[in-house]
Design a protein around this ligand. Sequence first.
Ligand code: NAD
Length: 535
Amino acid sequence: MSGPQFPLPQNEPEVSFRPGSEAAAELSRALGQRDVVEIPAVIGGKRYFSNDVVEVRAPHDTQRLLARIHRPTEAQIKEAIASNKSVAKDWANLTHASRATILHRAADIIATRKRMTITAATMLGQSKTVDQAEPDAACELIDFLRFNAYNAQRVHAEQPMSVPTAVNRTDWRPLEGFVYAVSPFNFTAIGGNLTTAPAIMGNTVLWKPSEKSALANWIFFEALEEAGLPPGVINFVPGDAELTTRVALSSPDLAGIHFTGSSAVFQSLWKNVASRVDAFRTIPRLVGETGGKDFVLAHPSANASEVAIALIRGAFEYQGQKCSAASRAYIPRSLWGAVSQEMRERLATLKIGDVANHDTFMGAVISQASHQKLSRVLAAAKDDSAVKFVSGGRTWSEPGYFVEPTVLEVSDPKHSLMQEELFGPVLTVFVYEDNAWNETLELIDSTSQYALTGSIFCTDRFALHHAEKVLVNAAGNLYLNDKPTGAMIGQQPFGGGRASGTNDKAGSHLNLQRWASPRVVKETYLPPREWTFGA
Ligand code: NAD
């Protein structure tokens, strides 16, 4: 690929919001902003407002109205697909450098003048503390933009060999059609990746954000516009999920789906596409990163305090609403007394409440539906003789959807609490006998349908090595002596196998390759003029 070379980016550093700092004051002003944001659909650069409106409220303060989403009609979603198509050729024909410059400009806009706005929107709309919001809505989003621009360059650089008689090259063509990007609520950054990864490879994108993160996603979309993204390259369609999906999947131009969210929804998309695969111009690429039931395993050689802290941070940061959150733990009997005591003591001091307060550790869960589900699960656990409450268990719904960080101990290692993703602050522990290390490894591997993240705490090098081998397929991202959350772009490309998704490693060149349909061109210098082999 000719043109300028973009250097390997550095991860965007976090800003410190120490009380009294200028950054803290600026953030506090952004959080205090009371205007209700009207979020339109944007199709071919035009804003569409409608009467079909969904309100966005702060999950930790449900009285506080933040935004109104104007959902597009079926005709408008079709118009968005047509608009994608109308700009597709021009976008595909731009140089990589032009597209990369737009992503870099957007990254710089987020890093500077929109940093506080998007961080505050993520705190309010998704109930994240600043310690969770800034690394997501600012740092990771910026990293996705800069690393996608850089990694696309690596993809283009991958070329076949040539020989003395002919030259070969690969054109990294975009797919023939649009990519449908469907993003989840829990990371603002993911919406930025699901859209710009296909776009940097020259594709056009129909973006359906989650209603629950639409405010922060909208701010990002405005940053893309400000950065000079041509109208129609990414259309912002915050519509009803089923309607938008029905329209997108009935278009013959659907060339790919870039999804992050629950396994059930991704599987339904896959089945839908498969059932009418002959109706598309090209076989759609399906990339989905989905649920997890992520494990923490401690070996008897582990340090109890390190395990307890990893469990608290891994299970309860952002109320356990990370796909990578620790939600099942396997602790040896010899360590459990110390681990459980330290967890109980520390959790007793952990603050839950308004995410704007500097010392709050946990905000609310995302929605009433999630709150009701978690309340039901905890009520059932109280009546279950196979479950012991180690800590927590309360839920309350004023002024928002709060769930206490809860640690449960089960006597049955195959209990549903060890298998199902709950997506809330609930950690279930199975205490194994110290001499049952090998059986425990098998148990971890066979208990859940998911295989996203996992972590092993162990200071015995042989045992650690053995565990890593036995658990080879149990996680797409494995952490040794660390919590299972907090993957960094460029450092731990993210994704899992089994029911956790297609494992295309968000933020890496592997993901970008899925958005290209390479054409290989051979040109011979002197074509033969005789047909016989001996000539
Ligand atoms: P979700 O599946 O409810 O929603 C994800 C997206 O799909 C949203 O935009 C939603 O509107 C849309 N959607 C919902 N129902 C749909 C339908 N029937 N048809 C089409 N689209 C539909 O997930 P969520 O609650 O937003 O996010 C939480 C889930 O995402 C968890 O399962 C979590 O593990 C997973 N997740 C995975 C990763 C990863 O990288 N593996 C990252 C973040 C979140």
